[in-house]
Design a protein around this ligand. Structure first.
Ligand code: GLC
Length: 546
């Protein structure tokens, strides 16, 4: 049996589905460069994704978020866009994008494109024009150019740091400086300029007309800067997914842009959505991005960074639910993405990391709201920590040892005994895949009921079918120390699903009134109780709330 026939359910019919699909969608993040390579050049591409749609539909996710595939010099792997209305030749053509969207829809999968509005590439036509134009010109007014400080303007205009390290300003030969919160190849746009608003509205329409179901908004907290660009006043300002209060992130003015975009999305049929990648100091500030007239969802990095211990985790979950509910938005849950160390490794690596990642999958997929799955987490991929120096390319690596994000972007192993494990037809992949991943390929896990892939497959099936999962409320039950126990109830109170996770270091006894549905690891059942080992989670169909 091929993997496609084994995993493929009947294709969904998007048009006939209930509305508000995004309130409980499971959205799979495709890091385009590293998913599947159709032309053998070692880099993933759009036709590669298209060829693997049966796998994704079979896994049971609802939508795909594709990282940027637009024309780009790739200084930040596509997050430096030179042309927002075309596909980079490395990834395919506009026709490939159109075909992928149509084919995904035929498989019952929605497509979320990644839009990068905080900055362009330095090769974007606008920035080239700005460089060619004099200080004070309308061309420069689309970006953030300033004169420097000090007697001859040789000091940067303020003390802001780039997320990738070093000053956030670069000086031009004519003496002016331009702002880049990320790499120097990513100049920040000036969102006080109406031309920038008009251009992005047009870009969004371009992709909406092509059929995308929504956008992931890159650095959605960055477009508005504090008036006067004041100094921060202290060092160590910014980190990826950070929570620091800064004059260049999470400014109130940014919400005006999101309101404008919401009106645009609402003018289209088919419930097109937007999800904010916003780094906010608190869950409250994060929820503001999902007020009814703003974006639909925001990534919950407070959950991603929560410690592996029950009280801390519970606090983050409660606060996320409370703040999302206060604005009427669904909470979202995410464990990994292309910017952070993979969670198998964050949770301790090896057997323990894997055990925890399995338990975390059940916890995450049982929580109310929408969940994100980063490609490869369904295979239990760890971070690759020993990538040879010559392969490391992420601009963030310049922040120092271990700071690079290449290790979570290693291509997916699909099948076979040798790298690149069916990733592409060529002999190599842009980042080398560890030989040890031969045991982690899709093909190796597909028929193994104890595999991570089988766990995700089963959890997603239950999540789709069980009326108590997805959108709704959660009720905490009392469990032994070190555990989280909660129940989800269907609207009519008829069906309940309970989840228990043991985040402590000793086996505990939990009362399970009902029938066990899915466990993340081995456990003993003893009448109405289970002995739940450390780092293990269980779902059961709850007959009553204990
Ligand atoms: C976001 C992306 C990250 C990128 C940065 C700059 O945080 O997720 O990969 O480097 O924005 O665009």
């Amino acid at each position: 049996m091929t993997q496609d026939t084994l995993l493929a359910p009947a294709a969904g019919d998007l048009a006939a589905e209930d509305t508000r699909w995004w309130r409980d969608a499971v959205i799979y993040q495709v890091y385009v460069r590293s998913f599947a390579d159709s032309d053998g050049d070692g880099v993933g591409d759009l036709p590669g994704i298209r060829s693997r749609l049966p796998y994704l539909a079979g896994l049971g996710v609802d939508a795909l978020w594709l990282t940027p595939f637009y024309v780009s010099p790739m200084a930040d792997f596509g997050y430096d866009v030179a042309d927002y209305r075309d596909v980079d030749p490395l990834f395919g053509t506009l026709a490939d994008a159109r075909d992928l969207i149509a084919d995904a829809h035929a498989h019952g999968l929605r497509i979320i494109a990644d839009i990068v509005p905080n900055h362009t590439s330095d090769r974007h036509a606008w920035f080239r024009a700005a460089l060619a134009a004099p200080p004070g010109s309308p061309e420069r007014a689309r970006y953030i150019f300033r004169d420097g400080r000090g007697p001859d303007g040789a000091q940067p205009p303020n003390d802001w740091e780039s997320v990738f390290g070093g000053p956030a300003w670069t000086r031009l030969p004519d003496g002016q400086w331009y702002l880049h919160l990320f790499a120097p190849e990513q100049p920040d746009l000036n969102w006080e300029n109406p031309e920038v608003h008009a251009e992005f509205a047009d870009v969004l329409k371009f992709w909406l007309d092509l059929g995308v179901d929504g956008f992931r908004v890159d650095v959605a907290h960055g477009m508005a800067k504090a008036p006067g660009l004041p100094d921060v006043g202290h060092a160590d300002q910014v980190e990826m997914l950070g929570t620091a209060v800064l004059p260049y992130f999470d400014q109130d003015a940014v919400h005006g842009i999101h309101r404008e975009w919401r009106r645009l999305l609402d003018s289209y049929d088919g419930e097109r959505i937007a999800v904010a990648e916003a780094w906010a100091p608190t869950p409250e500030r994060l929820a503001a991005y999902t007020r009814p007239d703003e974006l639909h969802q925001a990534f919950n990095f407070h959950y991603l960074t929560a410690p592996w211990e029950a009280p801390g985790m519970r606090e983050v979950i409660e606060e996320s639910l409370r703040t999302a509910e206060a604005v009427g938005a669904p909470a979202t849950w995410v464990l990994s993405n292309h910017d952070v160390k993979r969670h198998v490794t964050r949770y301790g690596g090896g057997e323990r990391g894997l055990r925890r990642a399995r338990a975390a999958a059940l916890l995450t997929l049982a929580l109310p709201g929408s969940s994100y799955v980063y490609q490869g987490e369904e295979l239990g991929l760890p971070e690759v920590l020993d990538l040879p120096e010559e392969f490391q390319q992420d601009p963030q690596r310049l922040r120092g040892e271990g700071a690079g994000r290449d290790g979570c972007r290693v291509p997916l192993p699909w099948e076979g005994e040798e790298p690149p494990f069916g990733f592409g037809a060529g002999a190599a992949s842009w980042l080398p895949i560890p030989t040890a991943w031969r045991d982690l390929t899709v093909a190796a896990q597909r028929d193994d009921p104890g595999s991570m892939l089988a766990l995700y497959h089963e959890a997603l099936r239950i999540r789709r079918e069980h009326p108590a999962l997805g959108d709704g409320d959660l009720r905490w039950l009392t469990g032994p120390p070190g555990t989280l126990v909660f129940v989800r109830e269907a609207g009519d109170g008829d069906r309940r699903l309970a989840c228990a996770i043991n985040m402590g270091d000793r086996t505990v006894r939990v009362r399970v009134h009902g029938s066990p549905l899915l466990a993340s690891g081995p456990l003993d059942v003893d009448g109405e109780h289970v002995h739940l080992p450390p780092d293990t989670a269980l779902w059961w169909d709850a007959e009553e709330i204990a």
